[in-house]
Design a protein. Sequence first.
Length: 180
Amino acid sequence: MSKNGVAKRYALALIELAKEHNLYGQFDLELAEVRKVFESNQDLHLVLSNPKIRKDSKKQIIQEAFATASPYIVNTLKLLIDRHRQSIVLDMIDEYQTLSNEARNVASATVYSVRELSEVEKSTLSSVFAAKVGKSALIINNLVDSSLIGGVKIRIGNRIFDGSVSGKLERLGRQLTTNR
């Protein structure tokens, strides 16, 4: 089975636990922290993938590193170590996020803007564009991009809504060159 297929099976198990105990929000936050730790700490990856280090030691490291996380998350990580699947942790988190978003009828959106957006602006964008893509809400990740000049550019899945000044100038330039 492919790496993503295996990751999806573990993510499905976590989704079932989240649904059963109504812990979607908590799991989302905890798995985001797990992602940060795994992405920022290369030594952790090296230790967990080292075959010379015993499983018990690896599981103890996980237990200490994620002591504040729910037992379901910690036990899933330990299970991945038992089954020599620690390399799929980030893939599993991606799969979980996708399944969690589907279950709650929300979508992830990346918003490019010339400055950091306020919470009110994010909320407004979420409500307006969620309706356009048939979701109840959007989880907004704001990235600052000064090349936009002004306005915003929003990416939701494979759809892009470009309301930036640079995008409008580019479209205007194409229109002028095709109408010659």
